[in-house]
Ligand binder design. Structure first.
Ligand code: RP5
Length: 175
Protein backbone atom coordinates (compact mmCIF):
# COMPACT_ATOMS: atom_id res chain seq x y z
CA UNK A 1 0.00 0.00 0.00
CA UNK A 2 1.50 3.32 -1.07
CA UNK A 3 1.49 6.11 1.51
CA UNK A 4 0.53 9.06 -0.68
CA UNK A 5 0.86 11.68 2.01
CA UNK A 6 4.33 10.62 2.91
CA UNK A 7 7.18 13.02 2.33
CA UNK A 8 10.23 11.39 0.84
CA UNK A 9 13.45 12.17 2.67
CA UNK A 10 14.38 15.37 4.38
CA UNK A 11 12.55 18.14 6.12
CA UNK A 12 9.63 20.08 4.66
CA UNK A 13 11.88 23.06 3.93
CA UNK A 14 14.05 20.87 1.69
CA UNK A 15 11.17 19.53 -0.34
CA UNK A 16 11.00 21.61 -3.49
CA UNK A 17 8.75 19.46 -5.65
CA UNK A 18 5.21 18.21 -5.10
CA UNK A 19 3.92 15.32 -7.19
CA UNK A 20 0.13 15.48 -7.16
CA UNK A 21 -2.26 13.10 -8.89
CA UNK A 22 -6.01 13.02 -9.25
CA UNK A 23 -6.44 9.41 -8.20
CA UNK A 24 -4.51 6.41 -6.96
CA UNK A 25 -5.28 4.97 -10.39
CA UNK A 26 -2.76 7.50 -11.77
CA UNK A 27 0.04 6.11 -9.62
CA UNK A 28 1.41 3.50 -12.08
CA UNK A 29 2.15 6.42 -14.43
CA UNK A 30 3.16 9.01 -11.83
CA UNK A 31 5.52 6.51 -10.25
CA UNK A 32 7.79 7.16 -13.24
CA UNK A 33 7.97 10.79 -12.14
CA UNK A 34 9.03 9.93 -8.61
CA UNK A 35 11.51 7.32 -9.85
CA UNK A 36 13.15 9.95 -12.03
CA UNK A 37 13.20 12.47 -9.17
CA UNK A 38 14.80 9.82 -6.95
CA UNK A 39 17.46 9.16 -9.57
CA UNK A 40 18.35 12.85 -9.67
CA UNK A 41 18.41 13.13 -5.88
CA UNK A 42 15.48 15.55 -5.74
CA UNK A 43 13.29 15.38 -2.65
CA UNK A 44 9.53 15.54 -3.12
CA UNK A 45 6.19 14.98 -1.50
CA UNK A 46 3.47 13.01 -3.24
CA UNK A 47 -0.27 13.31 -2.70
CA UNK A 48 -3.61 12.36 -4.21
CA UNK A 49 -5.81 15.43 -4.60
CA UNK A 50 -8.78 15.18 -6.92
CA UNK A 51 -9.93 18.44 -8.50
CA UNK A 52 -13.48 17.12 -8.74
CA UNK A 53 -13.78 15.07 -5.59
CA UNK A 54 -11.63 17.17 -3.23
CA UNK A 55 -11.94 20.81 -4.38
CA UNK A 56 -11.42 22.32 -0.91
CA UNK A 57 -8.24 20.30 -0.34
CA UNK A 58 -7.04 21.31 -3.79
CA UNK A 59 -7.34 25.01 -3.02
CA UNK A 60 -5.79 24.60 0.40
CA UNK A 61 -2.79 22.81 -1.10
CA UNK A 62 -2.26 25.22 -4.02
CA UNK A 63 -2.77 28.46 -2.09
CA UNK A 64 -0.23 27.42 0.55
CA UNK A 65 2.27 25.73 -1.76
CA UNK A 66 4.74 28.61 -1.97
CA UNK A 67 4.67 29.31 1.76
CA UNK A 68 5.24 25.62 2.36
CA UNK A 69 8.56 25.88 0.53
CA UNK A 70 7.62 24.27 -2.77
CA UNK A 71 9.20 25.51 -6.01
CA UNK A 72 7.63 23.29 -8.67
CA UNK A 73 4.37 21.32 -8.77
CA UNK A 74 3.89 18.30 -11.03
CA UNK A 75 0.25 17.29 -11.44
CA UNK A 76 -0.98 14.20 -13.26
CA UNK A 77 -4.63 13.68 -14.14
CA UNK A 78 -6.78 11.84 -16.64
CA UNK A 79 -10.03 12.43 -18.51
CA UNK A 80 -11.54 15.84 -17.79
CA UNK A 81 -8.20 16.68 -16.24
CA UNK A 82 -8.74 19.95 -14.40
CA UNK A 83 -6.21 19.30 -11.65
CA UNK A 84 -3.11 20.97 -13.15
CA UNK A 85 -5.09 23.97 -14.39
CA UNK A 86 -6.87 24.52 -11.09
CA UNK A 87 -3.58 24.29 -9.19
CA UNK A 88 -2.01 26.76 -11.65
CA UNK A 89 -4.98 29.09 -11.12
CA UNK A 90 -4.30 29.12 -7.39
CA UNK A 91 -0.52 29.60 -7.26
CA UNK A 92 2.16 31.41 -9.24
CA UNK A 93 4.60 28.50 -8.87
CA UNK A 94 5.41 26.65 -12.10
CA UNK A 95 2.97 23.79 -12.70
CA UNK A 96 3.79 20.87 -14.98
CA UNK A 97 0.81 18.83 -16.15
CA UNK A 98 1.04 15.13 -16.99
CA UNK A 99 -1.84 13.83 -19.15
CA UNK A 100 -2.69 10.31 -17.98
CA UNK A 101 -3.51 7.78 -20.70
CA UNK A 102 -7.20 6.84 -20.49
CA UNK A 103 -8.98 3.67 -21.62
CA UNK A 104 -11.72 5.51 -23.50
CA UNK A 105 -9.76 8.15 -25.46
CA UNK A 106 -6.14 7.07 -24.97
CA UNK A 107 -5.33 10.26 -23.07
CA UNK A 108 -6.24 12.72 -25.83
CA UNK A 109 -8.97 13.92 -23.44
CA UNK A 110 -6.40 14.42 -20.66
CA UNK A 111 -3.94 16.14 -23.00
CA UNK A 112 -6.45 18.64 -24.36
CA UNK A 113 -7.85 19.37 -20.89
CA UNK A 114 -4.37 20.17 -19.62
CA UNK A 115 -2.69 21.84 -22.57
CA UNK A 116 -5.54 24.10 -23.70
CA UNK A 117 -5.34 26.57 -20.84
CA UNK A 118 -6.72 30.03 -21.54
CA UNK A 119 -4.25 32.90 -21.80
CA UNK A 120 -2.99 34.07 -18.41
CA UNK A 121 -2.72 30.78 -16.52
CA UNK A 122 -0.01 28.54 -17.98
CA UNK A 123 0.48 24.82 -17.36
CA UNK A 124 3.68 23.37 -18.82
CA UNK A 125 2.30 20.25 -20.47
CA UNK A 126 4.28 17.10 -21.25
CA UNK A 127 3.44 14.07 -23.40
CA UNK A 128 0.64 11.60 -22.61
CA UNK A 129 1.57 8.76 -20.29
CA UNK A 130 4.93 7.28 -19.38
CA UNK A 131 7.23 9.56 -21.41
CA UNK A 132 5.44 12.62 -20.06
CA UNK A 133 5.61 11.41 -16.47
CA UNK A 134 9.34 10.90 -16.69
CA UNK A 135 9.92 14.14 -18.60
CA UNK A 136 7.92 16.06 -15.99
CA UNK A 137 10.59 15.17 -13.43
CA UNK A 138 13.38 16.15 -15.83
CA UNK A 139 11.66 19.44 -16.57
CA UNK A 140 11.23 20.15 -12.86
CA UNK A 141 14.92 19.36 -12.43
CA UNK A 142 15.82 21.82 -15.18
CA UNK A 143 13.81 24.55 -13.43
CA UNK A 144 15.45 23.87 -10.07
CA UNK A 145 18.90 23.59 -11.67
CA UNK A 146 18.77 27.26 -12.69
CA UNK A 147 19.73 28.04 -9.09
CA UNK A 148 21.42 24.76 -8.15
CA UNK A 149 24.81 24.07 -9.73
CA UNK A 150 25.10 20.56 -8.27
CA UNK A 151 21.74 19.55 -9.66
CA UNK A 152 22.71 21.07 -13.03
CA UNK A 153 25.75 18.80 -12.99
CA UNK A 154 23.65 15.72 -12.19
CA UNK A 155 21.31 16.64 -15.02
CA UNK A 156 24.25 17.00 -17.42
CA UNK A 157 25.56 13.58 -16.28
CA UNK A 158 22.12 12.09 -16.94
CA UNK A 159 22.17 13.47 -20.49
CA UNK A 160 25.72 12.21 -21.09
CA UNK A 161 24.78 8.70 -19.93
CA UNK A 162 21.71 8.79 -22.17
CA UNK A 163 23.82 9.79 -25.18
CA UNK A 164 26.32 7.02 -24.45
CA UNK A 165 23.52 4.45 -24.23
CA UNK A 166 22.07 5.64 -27.55
CA UNK A 167 25.48 5.51 -29.24
CA UNK A 168 26.16 2.03 -27.86
CA UNK A 169 22.80 0.69 -29.01
CA UNK A 170 23.40 2.16 -32.48
CA UNK A 171 26.82 0.55 -32.64
CA UNK A 172 25.40 -2.80 -31.52
CA UNK A 173 23.12 -2.71 -34.57
CA UNK A 174 26.17 -2.51 -36.87
CA UNK A 175 27.94 -5.50 -35.32
C1 RP5 B 1 -9.09 11.85 -12.72
O1 RP5 B 1 -10.01 10.89 -13.06
C2 RP5 B 1 -7.89 11.11 -12.21
O2 RP5 B 1 -6.74 11.84 -12.45
C3 RP5 B 1 -7.92 9.81 -12.95
O3 RP5 B 1 -7.01 9.79 -14.03
C4 RP5 B 1 -9.34 9.73 -13.49
C5 RP5 B 1 -10.08 8.50 -13.04
O4 RP5 B 1 -10.05 8.44 -11.63
P1 RP5 B 1 -10.59 7.14 -10.89
O5 RP5 B 1 -12.04 7.02 -11.24
O6 RP5 B 1 -9.76 5.98 -11.38
O7 RP5 B 1 -10.36 7.40 -9.42
O8 RP5 B 1 -9.58 12.75 -11.77
Amino acid sequence: MVDFDQQVEGEMAMTKVAVIMGSTSDWPTMQLTTTQLDQLGITYEKRVISAHRMPKQLLDFAENARNNGLSVIIAGAGGAAHLPGMIAASTTLPVIGVPIKTRTLSGIDSLLSIVQMPSGVPVGTVAIGDAGASNAALYAAAILAVNDAELAERLADYRTAQTERALASGEALHE
